[in-house]
Design a protein around this ligand. Structure first.
Ligand code: SF4
Length: 251
């Protein structure tokens, strides 16, 4: 069990998929098995994220200072935001309602409000990305004033620049279910401002968090396998749950 918080963004997303997967993620994560293809997607997502972070050469990487001491991220984030002017932070930590989220890139504006960028390596804005963003907006908005909350994803190469509510950067995890695998270094970024949409999701998120906390107060759920084991992500506990089914079949 982590110290100081119960849930993270990845555990929340896992919990939306399956209560048993959430429980295993918190209490027995060593059971998770990822395929080579999933690991390749993780690596690709990280490369794409690093490429976007490179567009903020003065960015301060909190994860480089605190490593796995994630409970300490919110305090250092607050200190850096309070003591600096227009600072750019990577992996800035915020905690509210027993949920810790780490934002890929946070830009502090002169008035103290924040522009937040979450980097996703897919080429479309999926529903999972929106849910992920909504949780982060819920947590961060209870800690600081948000000016904009943006998803950065790969610009479809065939699309011309879109100048509506998207911004395309030609110079400038998450690890997508719709990620393509071209070289991220030659790919411009599409930035989608979701600020106006995310506030409305707060009541639903608060409700889901309360349910997940309740799941974690009890023993492992006996959730049966089904279609949900593959959508939106292939669950890394399928071998474990399949073992249970095989044992039941022996009796
Ligand atoms: S394999 Fe299916 S039932 Fe088991 S934890 Fe994963 S999503 Fe849940």
């Amino acid at each position: 069990m982590p110290q100081g918080y119960l849930l993270t963004k990845s555990k929340y997303i896992r919990g939306l998929q399956c209560d048993r997967a959430l429980w295993l993620d918190v209490f027995n994560p060593k059971l998770a098995r990822y395929t080579a293809e999933q690991m390749r997607r993780f690596d690709h997502g990280r490369e794409f994220e690093y490429a976007f972070k490179d567009t903020f050469p003065d960015g301060i990487d909190i994860s480089a200072q605190l490593k796995r001491n994630t409970s300490a991220y919110p305090a250092l984030t607050a200190q850096l935001l309070d003591n600096n002017g227009n600072v750019n932070l990577f992996e800035a930590g915020f905690q509210y309602d027993d949920v810790l989220v780490l934002a890929d890139v946070v830009h502090r504006r002169p008035d103290g409000s924040l522009d937040i960028y979450e980097v996703k390596s897919g080429s479309t804005l999926s529903e999972t990305y929106r849910r992920d963003a909504a949780l982060q907006h819920y947590v961060i908005s209870h800690c600081r004033q948000i000016n904009t909350f943006n998803i950065v994803h790969k610009a479809p190469k065939s699309n011309p620049p879109n100048h509506s509510n998207h911004s395309d950067y030609s110079d400038h995890s998450d690890y997508s279910e719709n990620s393509d695998h071209s070289d991220p270094s030659d790919t411009p970024f599409t930035i989608v401002d979701l600020t106006a949409d995310l506030q409305a999701a707060h009541p639903e998120i608060k409700h889901h968090i309360a349910i997940m906390k309740d799941i974690l107060r009890h023993g492992e759920p006996a959730t049966p396998t089904g279609k949900h084991c593959l959508e939106p992500y292939a669950c890394p506990y399928q071998h474990y749950c399949a073992q249970g089914i095989r044992q039941l079949a022996l009796f």
